[in-house]
Ligand binder design. Structure first.
Ligand SMILES: [Zn+2]
Length: 259
């Protein structure tokens, strides 16, 4: 199989190493041979979880720091993804249910949390509250965006505060943790929803495995930071297969419908 190209319409599965045609990866990007999930882009995720999607007005701003090389990295991420930042939100409908859907994109600078992503998250949370809609967040993030320093860390508590207001207002909130959910995002709003589920196979944690291994000098279990082990330890409400995710979202929204 090694003679086949690994880019373009064929893509090698990182898990079973077989070359898979893009039609076989399908909309949900699942390897037909071993069941491995490729990471979805924000637009693929929106397609998976909505029948209609009306974006909120897009917040954009210049990055607050002239960190060396940051502008070029941002421009590159924008060119590669066609998105302006690592988070998108809008009013979605799925199977007759309306909700606020916010999606992080790990393809855009690893879905890192910066001032604009934070502002967009607060905008989505506040719009859900005003429009009395449930909030569904799909989380995929490497953590805080180091190029924005302390302002990036500040997003952790300001988003969390907005989240708390929404929870206090009684809106149903659902977080779906996908691969990867790490760092300052896992340490703030990732676990703040009424219901927190994970996509099967997701890595969820704070510091990376190698860092912890290096610091603790203790052997770590093979399933360390896996969705399955977090579920076993009671940190997640469910672990859901990608193929079942849309149906589970519909079911949860229906169960928590406001009268
Ligand atoms: Zn595979």
């Amino acid at each position: 199989m090694s003679h086949l190209p690994v880019t373009g319409i064929w893509r090698q599965c990182p898990h079973c190493q077989r070359n898979v045609h893009q039609l076989e990866w399908g909309k949900l990007q699942i390897c037909p041979h071993c069941g491995y999930y490729l990471r979805l882009t924000a637009s693929q995720r929106i397609q998976q979880l909505s029948e209609s999607f009306q974006s909120l007005p897009e917040i954009t701003a210049a990055p607050p720091f002239a960190f060396p090389g940051y502008q070029a990295k941002l421009a590159q991420a924008q060119q590669q993804t066609g998105a302006t930042e690592a988070f998108n939100a809008g009013v979605a409908t799925l199977n007759g249910q309306s909700f606020m859907l916010g999606v992080m994109d790990s393809h855009f600078m690893m879905g890192t949390l910066n001032t604009i992503v934070g502002a967009r998250l607060r905008q989505a949370i506040s719009a859900a509250q005003t429009q009395r809609l449930p909030l569904v967040l799909v989380i995929a993030s490497g953590g805080a965006r180091m190029q924005e320093g302390i302002l990036s860390l500040l997003q952790m508590n300001t988003v969390l505060a907005a989240f708390d207001d929404l929870n206090a207002a009684g809106n149903f909130t659902l977080n779906i943790l996908t691969d990867p959910t790490m760092g300052g995002v896992s340490a703030s709003f990732a676990f703040a929803a009424d219901t927190v589920i994970a996509e099967a196979g997701a890595t969820i944690g704070f510091a990376g495995k190698r860092v912890i291994q290096g610091t603790s000098r203790e052997p770590l279990p093979p399933d360390f930071q896996s969705a399955a082990s977090l579920y076993q330890q009671g940190q997640l409400d469910a672990v859901v297969k990608r193929t079942d995710l849309a149906a589970v979202v519909v079911q949860l929204l229906r169960l928590h419908q406001r009268k």
